[in-house]
Design a protein around this ligand. Structure first.
Ligand SMILES: C[S@@+](CC[C@H](N)C(=O)[O-])C[C@H]1O[C@@H](n2cnc3c(N)ncnc32)[C@H](O)[C@@H]1O
Length: 212
Protein backbone atom coordinates (compact mmCIF):
# COMPACT_ATOMS: atom_id res chain seq x y z
CA UNK A 1 0.00 0.00 0.00
CA UNK A 2 1.10 3.59 -0.68
CA UNK A 3 2.53 5.54 2.32
CA UNK A 4 -0.52 7.83 2.42
CA UNK A 5 -2.85 4.80 2.53
CA UNK A 6 -0.81 3.41 5.45
CA UNK A 7 -1.17 6.76 7.25
CA UNK A 8 -4.92 6.81 6.57
CA UNK A 9 -5.30 3.28 7.81
CA UNK A 10 -3.36 4.04 11.01
CA UNK A 11 -5.72 6.97 11.65
CA UNK A 12 -8.85 4.87 11.11
CA UNK A 13 -7.41 2.05 13.25
CA UNK A 14 -7.24 4.54 16.13
CA UNK A 15 -10.84 5.74 15.81
CA UNK A 16 -12.57 2.62 14.46
CA UNK A 17 -14.63 1.71 17.54
CA UNK A 18 -15.67 5.28 18.24
CA UNK A 19 -16.57 5.82 14.56
CA UNK A 20 -18.68 2.64 14.61
CA UNK A 21 -20.52 3.77 17.78
CA UNK A 22 -21.16 7.31 16.58
CA UNK A 23 -22.37 6.51 13.08
CA UNK A 24 -24.16 3.21 13.69
CA UNK A 25 -27.65 4.73 13.23
CA UNK A 26 -26.79 7.79 11.08
CA UNK A 27 -28.48 6.38 7.98
CA UNK A 28 -31.84 6.25 9.80
CA UNK A 29 -32.02 10.06 9.51
CA UNK A 30 -30.89 10.27 5.87
CA UNK A 31 -33.81 9.38 3.55
CA UNK A 32 -32.16 10.70 0.38
CA UNK A 33 -29.06 8.59 1.00
CA UNK A 34 -31.20 5.51 1.69
CA UNK A 35 -33.04 6.11 -1.61
CA UNK A 36 -29.75 6.19 -3.54
CA UNK A 37 -28.46 3.08 -1.77
CA UNK A 38 -31.79 1.41 -2.56
CA UNK A 39 -31.34 2.21 -6.25
CA UNK A 40 -27.80 0.80 -6.15
CA UNK A 41 -28.99 -2.41 -4.49
CA UNK A 42 -31.83 -2.86 -6.97
CA UNK A 43 -29.58 -2.30 -10.00
CA UNK A 44 -26.94 -4.71 -8.62
CA UNK A 45 -29.56 -7.35 -7.80
CA UNK A 46 -30.93 -7.23 -11.33
CA UNK A 47 -27.49 -8.29 -12.65
CA UNK A 48 -27.77 -11.58 -10.80
CA UNK A 49 -23.95 -11.79 -10.73
CA UNK A 50 -21.37 -11.72 -7.95
CA UNK A 51 -21.42 -9.50 -4.88
CA UNK A 52 -21.95 -5.77 -4.51
CA UNK A 53 -18.58 -4.61 -3.18
CA UNK A 54 -18.42 -1.81 -0.58
CA UNK A 55 -14.92 -0.35 -1.02
CA UNK A 56 -13.80 1.56 2.05
CA UNK A 57 -16.56 -0.09 4.07
CA UNK A 58 -15.30 1.12 7.46
CA UNK A 59 -17.28 -0.62 10.22
CA UNK A 60 -19.71 -2.07 7.69
CA UNK A 61 -22.81 -0.05 8.56
CA UNK A 62 -23.63 0.66 4.90
CA UNK A 63 -22.60 -2.84 3.82
CA UNK A 64 -25.12 -4.21 6.32
CA UNK A 65 -27.81 -1.84 5.06
CA UNK A 66 -27.24 -3.11 1.50
CA UNK A 67 -27.37 -6.72 2.73
CA UNK A 68 -30.72 -5.94 4.38
CA UNK A 69 -31.99 -4.97 0.90
CA UNK A 70 -31.37 -8.53 -0.27
CA UNK A 71 -28.16 -8.14 -2.24
CA UNK A 72 -25.03 -10.28 -1.63
CA UNK A 73 -22.31 -7.95 -0.30
CA UNK A 74 -18.64 -7.88 0.50
CA UNK A 75 -16.74 -5.13 2.34
CA UNK A 76 -13.12 -4.08 1.79
CA UNK A 77 -11.12 -1.58 3.83
CA UNK A 78 -7.38 -1.01 4.41
CA UNK A 79 -7.87 -0.46 8.17
CA UNK A 80 -7.66 -3.71 10.18
CA UNK A 81 -9.36 -1.85 13.05
CA UNK A 82 -12.32 -0.99 10.85
CA UNK A 83 -12.50 -4.55 9.52
CA UNK A 84 -12.44 -5.94 13.08
CA UNK A 85 -15.33 -3.60 14.00
CA UNK A 86 -17.24 -4.65 10.87
CA UNK A 87 -16.79 -8.36 11.62
CA UNK A 88 -17.80 -7.85 15.25
CA UNK A 89 -20.94 -5.83 14.38
CA UNK A 90 -21.98 -7.90 11.34
CA UNK A 91 -20.61 -11.44 11.83
CA UNK A 92 -22.66 -12.96 9.02
CA UNK A 93 -21.14 -10.67 6.34
CA UNK A 94 -17.80 -10.95 4.49
CA UNK A 95 -15.16 -8.26 5.16
CA UNK A 96 -11.49 -8.19 4.13
CA UNK A 97 -8.53 -5.87 4.55
CA UNK A 98 -7.56 -4.33 1.20
CA UNK A 99 -7.31 -1.16 -0.85
CA UNK A 100 -9.54 0.03 -3.66
CA UNK A 101 -6.34 0.79 -5.58
CA UNK A 102 -5.62 -2.93 -5.94
CA UNK A 103 -8.82 -4.92 -5.66
CA UNK A 104 -8.37 -8.64 -5.18
CA UNK A 105 -11.30 -9.37 -7.51
CA UNK A 106 -11.48 -11.06 -10.89
CA UNK A 107 -12.41 -8.98 -13.94
CA UNK A 108 -16.18 -8.68 -14.38
CA UNK A 109 -16.92 -10.33 -11.05
CA UNK A 110 -18.67 -7.54 -9.08
CA UNK A 111 -22.41 -6.94 -9.53
CA UNK A 112 -21.97 -3.38 -8.23
CA UNK A 113 -19.55 -1.12 -6.36
CA UNK A 114 -20.12 1.40 -3.59
CA UNK A 115 -17.48 3.94 -2.53
CA UNK A 116 -19.23 5.80 0.31
CA UNK A 117 -16.98 8.63 1.53
CA UNK A 118 -13.88 6.51 0.85
CA UNK A 119 -12.74 7.95 -2.49
CA UNK A 120 -12.14 11.15 -0.46
CA UNK A 121 -8.83 9.71 0.76
CA UNK A 122 -7.39 9.02 -2.70
CA UNK A 123 -5.05 11.79 -3.95
CA UNK A 124 -6.72 13.24 -7.10
CA UNK A 125 -3.87 12.22 -9.49
CA UNK A 126 -4.64 8.57 -8.58
CA UNK A 127 -8.42 8.75 -9.07
CA UNK A 128 -8.26 7.82 -12.77
CA UNK A 129 -6.50 4.54 -11.91
CA UNK A 130 -9.10 3.75 -9.24
CA UNK A 131 -11.96 4.27 -11.70
CA UNK A 132 -10.11 2.07 -14.22
CA UNK A 133 -9.91 -0.64 -11.53
CA UNK A 134 -13.64 -0.32 -10.80
CA UNK A 135 -14.36 -0.53 -14.51
CA UNK A 136 -12.38 -3.80 -14.83
CA UNK A 137 -14.01 -5.65 -11.96
CA UNK A 138 -17.63 -4.62 -12.65
CA UNK A 139 -19.92 -6.71 -14.81
CA UNK A 140 -21.42 -4.96 -17.88
CA UNK A 141 -24.29 -2.71 -16.70
CA UNK A 142 -22.92 -2.97 -13.16
CA UNK A 143 -23.78 0.12 -11.08
CA UNK A 144 -21.27 2.30 -9.23
CA UNK A 145 -22.30 4.75 -6.50
CA UNK A 146 -19.87 7.37 -5.20
CA UNK A 147 -20.53 9.62 -2.19
CA UNK A 148 -18.24 12.51 -1.25
CA UNK A 149 -18.11 16.09 -0.01
CA UNK A 150 -18.45 18.47 -2.97
CA UNK A 151 -15.66 21.00 -3.48
CA UNK A 152 -12.18 21.20 -4.82
CA UNK A 153 -9.63 21.19 -2.05
CA UNK A 154 -7.35 19.09 0.11
CA UNK A 155 -7.93 18.96 3.86
CA UNK A 156 -5.37 17.87 6.42
CA UNK A 157 -7.17 16.27 9.34
CA UNK A 158 -5.30 16.28 12.65
CA UNK A 159 -8.14 15.42 15.01
CA UNK A 160 -11.05 13.05 14.50
CA UNK A 161 -13.48 11.46 16.93
CA UNK A 162 -11.54 12.88 19.92
CA UNK A 163 -8.20 11.40 18.81
CA UNK A 164 -5.11 13.03 17.35
CA UNK A 165 -4.73 11.64 13.84
CA UNK A 166 -2.93 12.52 10.66
CA UNK A 167 -4.71 11.96 7.38
CA UNK A 168 -5.59 13.77 4.19
CA UNK A 169 -9.04 14.07 2.67
CA UNK A 170 -10.16 15.71 -0.56
CA UNK A 171 -13.36 17.51 -1.49
CA UNK A 172 -14.13 16.63 -5.09
CA UNK A 173 -15.84 18.37 -7.99
CA UNK A 174 -18.76 16.23 -9.27
CA UNK A 175 -18.33 17.59 -12.82
CA UNK A 176 -14.66 16.55 -12.90
CA UNK A 177 -15.48 13.07 -11.58
CA UNK A 178 -18.32 12.73 -14.08
CA UNK A 179 -15.89 13.37 -16.94
CA UNK A 180 -13.44 10.88 -15.49
CA UNK A 181 -16.21 8.29 -15.22
CA UNK A 182 -17.04 8.65 -18.91
CA UNK A 183 -13.35 8.14 -19.81
CA UNK A 184 -13.47 4.79 -17.98
CA UNK A 185 -16.53 3.29 -19.61
CA UNK A 186 -19.25 4.59 -17.27
CA UNK A 187 -22.53 6.23 -18.25
CA UNK A 188 -23.85 8.68 -15.67
CA UNK A 189 -27.27 7.69 -14.29
CA UNK A 190 -27.69 10.52 -11.79
CA UNK A 191 -25.76 13.33 -10.17
CA UNK A 192 -27.33 14.33 -6.86
CA UNK A 193 -26.35 17.23 -4.65
CA UNK A 194 -27.64 17.51 -1.10
CA UNK A 195 -27.34 20.83 0.68
CA UNK A 196 -25.30 20.76 3.91
CA UNK A 197 -27.13 19.71 7.05
CA UNK A 198 -26.33 21.23 10.43
CA UNK A 199 -22.71 20.45 11.27
CA UNK A 200 -21.69 19.87 7.63
CA UNK A 201 -19.45 22.44 5.95
CA UNK A 202 -20.17 21.55 2.33
CA UNK A 203 -22.82 20.11 0.05
CA UNK A 204 -22.74 16.32 -0.33
CA UNK A 205 -22.42 14.79 -3.79
CA UNK A 206 -23.62 11.40 -5.02
CA UNK A 207 -22.83 10.06 -8.48
CA UNK A 208 -24.60 6.94 -9.70
CA UNK A 209 -23.15 5.49 -12.89
CA UNK A 210 -23.43 2.32 -14.90
CA UNK A 211 -20.62 0.31 -16.52
CA UNK A 212 -21.26 0.32 -20.27
C1 LIG B 1 -15.12 8.25 6.18
S1 LIG B 1 -14.76 6.55 6.28
C2 LIG B 1 -16.21 5.85 5.50
C3 LIG B 1 -16.44 4.44 5.93
C4 LIG B 1 -17.76 3.82 5.45
N1 LIG B 1 -17.89 3.88 4.01
C5 LIG B 1 -18.92 4.50 6.12
O1 LIG B 1 -19.57 5.35 5.47
O2 LIG B 1 -19.13 4.24 7.30
C6 LIG B 1 -13.52 6.35 5.02
C7 LIG B 1 -13.05 4.92 4.89
O3 LIG B 1 -12.27 4.83 3.68
C8 LIG B 1 -11.25 3.90 3.94
N2 LIG B 1 -10.16 4.05 2.94
C9 LIG B 1 -9.15 4.94 2.94
N3 LIG B 1 -8.31 4.71 1.91
C10 LIG B 1 -8.81 3.64 1.24
C11 LIG B 1 -8.39 2.88 0.12
N4 LIG B 1 -7.25 3.17 -0.55
N5 LIG B 1 -9.15 1.83 -0.28
C12 LIG B 1 -10.28 1.51 0.37
N6 LIG B 1 -10.72 2.19 1.46
C13 LIG B 1 -10.00 3.24 1.89
C14 LIG B 1 -10.83 4.20 5.36
O4 LIG B 1 -10.07 3.17 5.94
C15 LIG B 1 -12.18 4.43 6.03
O5 LIG B 1 -12.70 3.27 6.59
Amino acid sequence: MEPDVLATRAAYDLVADRYADLLRFELDGLPLERALLGALAELARSNDAGPLVDVGCGPGRITAHLASLGVPVRGIDPSPGMIAAARRDHPSLAFEVGSMERLDLADRSAAGILAWYSLIHIPPPRLEAVLAEFSCVLVPDGPLLLAFQAGNEKRRITEAYSSRVSLDAYRLDPAVLTEMLSRHGFALVSSTRREPREGEKTAQAFLLASRR
